[in-house]
Design a protein around this ligand. Structure first.
Ligand SMILES: [Zn+2]
Ligand SMILES: [Zn+2]
Length: 384
């Protein structure tokens, strides 16, 4: 399996508690660990801290994969899946990691057998389904990928459950179910399948999130246009530059704000206290921004990754405050909760230097101000 989107995976493990940074992560800056060294350090730490064993061994496996040492990673996944070695909290997800590592190691037959076993177990873990569906998609097994996305939705929601926007949002795995529906929408456009009810749900979920965070929506069908996806694969992020160039040429000169807004895409982020203030001021905002702050963080990161995967460059996180938004709305006219106002406010944050470029460096502080490294916080591909 050659060109997988493994590191781009937007799904997978979601951790509720995280161990403190291991001691070795606090080495003076400049001494950067190579992946095999990091992997060995994580393995040692796993013995020292049995309570965090699963998390640390997964980190070790990640580092082995990054180093191209897939056999070492597979051995760790197998250890995690051996009951005598201790309990594993998310065996289906670890198995999904194991299967893709088998592909990476060139052990295709075992990977295929592993995938068949996975399906026979009928797991409900939406992140594990996504991980494998994305792997099929990345190796251009588009029909198989479509089937896996569909099966993933069915298993995550429960067979016979209606697939509606409300059902997805009410589900404990709502975030990962949306990822499955979005992936399904994407590969079905590639296959030239008709737009079905589940695709409508994917569109509606996408629109709801994007309008809340960006104030404007680029419809999923435009993003998933097969010709566009193909050009993106061939030309990479240059494509978006070209599109923006075209948009600027055709943009109205009397609306410089809108034109500036096109150059940098700024996503509104509500820090914890402000988020509480926002919900107090507009309780209906939960609909758009999420029920709790953790969900809001995931939505912001996901929206940025989506734009980035789609070829977007010059992305930024704008720190919003309720007072500031209200002042902006008063000064410029318009309602503070209108998507257009939010979009203009986000563009203003970017223009006035109150936005931070995204993504931050992997080892730099996270954009959310948690004090953690980006790669271990919102930038952990397995968290968002
Ligand atoms: Zn659609
Ligand atoms: Zn973070």
């Amino acid at each position: 399996m050659a060109s997988k989107r493994r590191t781009d995976s937007k799904s997978g493990r979601r951790r509720t508690t995280r161990p403190a940074e291991p001691a070795f992560a606090r080495r003076p800056s400049g001494s950067v660990l190579t992946n095999p060294e990091a992997a060995q350090d994580y393995e040692k730490l796993a013995e020292q801290y049995p309570d965090e064993r699963e998390e640390l061994l997964l980190e070790a496996a990640d580092s082995w994969n990054d180093a191209g040492e897939h056999e070492q990673a597979i051995a760790l996944y197998e250890r995690l899946l051996t009951p005598e070695e201790g309990a594993c909290t998310e065996p289906d997800l670890v198995d999904a990691y194991r299967i893709t590592a088998l592909w990476d190691a060139g052990r295709d037959e075992e990977a295929t057998a592993g995938a068949a076993d996975f399906r026979r177990r009928h797991p409900r873990h939406a992140g594990a389904w996504t991980f494998l569906a994305e792997a099929f998609e990345a190796q251009h097994e588009t029909e198989t990928a479509a089937e896996w996305y569909t099966a993933g939705v069915t298993h995550a929601l429960g067979a016979g459950s209606a697939v509606t926007v409300d059902a997805v949002e009410a589900n404990v795995q709502s975030y990962d179910v949306e990822t499955l529906l979005t992936g399904r929408h994407r590969v079905r456009r590639l296959l030239g399948e008709p737009h079905d009810d589940w695709d409508d749900v994917a569109d509606a979920l996408h629109e709801r999130r994007a309008s809340a965070l960006l104030g404007r929506v680029r419809p999923l069908d435009e993003l998933h246009d097969p010709l566009r996806l193909k050009r993106l694969e061939e030309h990479g992020p240059d494509l978006l530059e070209q599109e923006l160039g075209a948009a600027l040429e055709h943009g109205s000169p009397e609306n410089p704000a809108a034109r500036a807004g096109l150059r940098a895409t700024c996503v509104l982020y509500w820090p914890r206290d402000e988020f509480a203030g926002l919900l107090e001021r507009w309780p209906e905002a939960t609909e758009a921004y999420g029920d709790d702050h953790a969900e809001h963080l995931r939505k912001v990161e996901r929206t940025l990754r989506e734009i980035s995967d789609d070829g977007g460059t010059q992305l930024a996180v704008g720190r919003a405050t309720v007072q500031d938004l209200e002042a902006y709305a008063t000064a410029h006219g318009g309602s503070p909760d209108a998507p257009g106002t939010r979009s203009a406010y986000a563009a203003e944050l970017a223009r006035t230097g109150r936005a931070e470029a995204w993504p931050p460096p992997r080892n730099g502080p996270c954009w959310c101000d948690s004090g953690r490294k980006y790669k271990k916080c919102c930038g952990n591909p397995a968290v968002a």
